[in-house]
Design a protein around this ligand. Structure first.
Ligand SMILES: [Fe+2]
Ligand SMILES: [Fe+2]
Length: 424
């Protein structure tokens, strides 16, 4: 459960950060756009103070004193630079606030960009500590024709910039707090929904595992009376895979495969399956078809596909002399190579209608004798290092206890792991 909390909190925190970054960027963008829009409106309003007479003066290039006074008026109000251009984009008049000559020098470095669409245009610059906005407004005659251009340069002083930035940060923090509160309020809801999902998927998984056991037992009923062989080989296989350092995925494939390895025997006739003597060549070739039959049965269930590696390749041999495909070495899936060892080992150490159980040492000698031919020699070495105490443990346990041991492994590799997976 702790694990689930950690994952959920991490995800919520990441979402919170991402939402905050997106909202913050949008806010910042709109905040700046807003300032620009206001300045463009100001410049447009000011440019409209130029009368029709002023416009003809501009194009008459007279530089009339009244025009100059008006421009100076505008400048005192809010501009640091005001320029007027005639309809040919020739500069007619320029007034610069002497304190801001450096800004005009800076702006002169980039050539003028006159608006062609007849609408105000603006450009934003940063000069030193100052935010500078240069607005160009086309001047219109009553007929709608462009009579010239009005250019105003605004300087946003550092205090105003700081105030705007402060306001922006404040509204950003408000939004972050709101998003965080929403997240915190939603947490219990998400948690309980998640618990439901985990519970449902556990139930579903349990159903699948039961189906796997039922199928395995159904086959076992045909050639022996108990499922004990299936339980034992599943435990041996998982323990060998653990000792070989394999991952949880292989463990799950292994348990499913060990349980269902001979599921295809359901399609083999009693005369062959239960024959108390050695099979002749023709009978043996029919017996071999249990592998393909098993693959065919598993094909009906997506979930049981995990058992396929073992079902399809559990009679392959390391030297390539096995069946059905005659795969060799590491071409045989690891789950099947592991399973081949434990299946033979358990058959040797178990009593069958036609033979007594081999003592542990004799069985091990046979397994080792086939390392490199039937079995993967590296896995045989690992097997030799871990099997004896486990074998003793299982030998002393009842069928019921063996079943419980396997269920503990199923709990570890399927149920617990899946609970965590679903939580993630
Ligand atoms: Fe088999
Ligand atoms: Fe078997």
């Amino acid at each position: 459960m702790l694990h689930l909390h950690r994952i959920l909190l991490r995800r919520l925190l990441i979402s919170w950060l991402l939402i905050s970054i997106v909202i913050g960027s949008v806010l910042a963008y709109h905040g700046i756009e807003n300032i620009d829009d206001q300045l463009v409106e100001l410049a447009t309003a000011d440019s409209q103070r130029l009368s029709a007479a002023d416009l003809s003066l501009i194009n008459g290039h007279t530089g009339d004193g009244a025009l100059q006074r008006l421009v100076r008026d505008l400048m005192r109000d809010r501009f640091v630079v005001v320029e007027l251009y005639d309809r040919n984009r020739e500069k007619v008049l320029e007034e610069i606030n002497p304190g801001f000559a450096a800004i005009e020098d800076y702006l002169k470095q980039s050539p003028h960009d006159f608006p062609f669409d007849g609408r105000p245009h603006y450009q934003r610059y940063h000069v030193g500590d100052h935010g500078v906005v240069q607005v160009l407004v086309p001047l219109k005659e009553a007929s709608g024709a462009t009579a010239g251009y009005f250019e105003g340069v605004f300087v946003i002083d550092p205090e105003t910039l700081a105030r705007l930035r402060h306001e922006l940060i404040l509204s950003l923090l408000t939004i972050l707090a709101v998003v965080l509160l929403t997240t915190v309020a939603l947490y219990p809801v998400i948690l309980s929904l998640n618990r439901d999902v985990v519970r449902y998927s556990r139930d579903l998984l349990k159903g699948n595992i039961e189906l796997m056991e039922v199928l395995g037992s159904a086959v076992a009923k045909r050639d022996s009376d108990t499922s004990a062989h299936n339980y034992r080989v599943s435990i041996y296989a998982v323990r060998l895979a653990e000792a070989a350092g394999l991952g949880d995925d292989v463990m799950r494939d292994m348990i499913g495969g060990a349980f269902l390895h001979d599921v295809g025997k359901i399609g083999i006739s009693d005369a062959i399956l239960l024959k108390p003597a050695r099979l002749d060549e023709q009978e043996f070739s029919i017996m071999k078809t249990h592998v393909a039959l098993g693959v065919d049965i598993l094909a009906k269930s997506n979930w049981l596909q995990r058992a396929r590696d073992v079902v399809e390749f559990h009679h392959e041999k390391y030297d390539g002399s096995g069946y059905l495909k005659g795969l060799r070495g590491e071409d045989i899936p690891i789950a099947a190579r592991i399973f081949a060892i434990v299946d033979v080992f358990d058959a040797l150490t178990s009593k069958r209608p036609y033979k007594e159980a081999f003592p542990f040492r004799d069985a091990m000698a046979i397994v080792k004798g086939h390392a490199g031919s039937h079995f993967d020699p590296r896995l045989v070495a690992v097997f030799e290092g871990m099997i004896e105490p486990l074998f003793e443990d299982i030998r002393r346990s009842s069928d019921h206890e063996v079943e419980r041991m396997l269920h503990a492994l199923i709990e570890r590799y399927f149920l617990r792991a899946t609970g965590e997976l679903k939580a993630a």
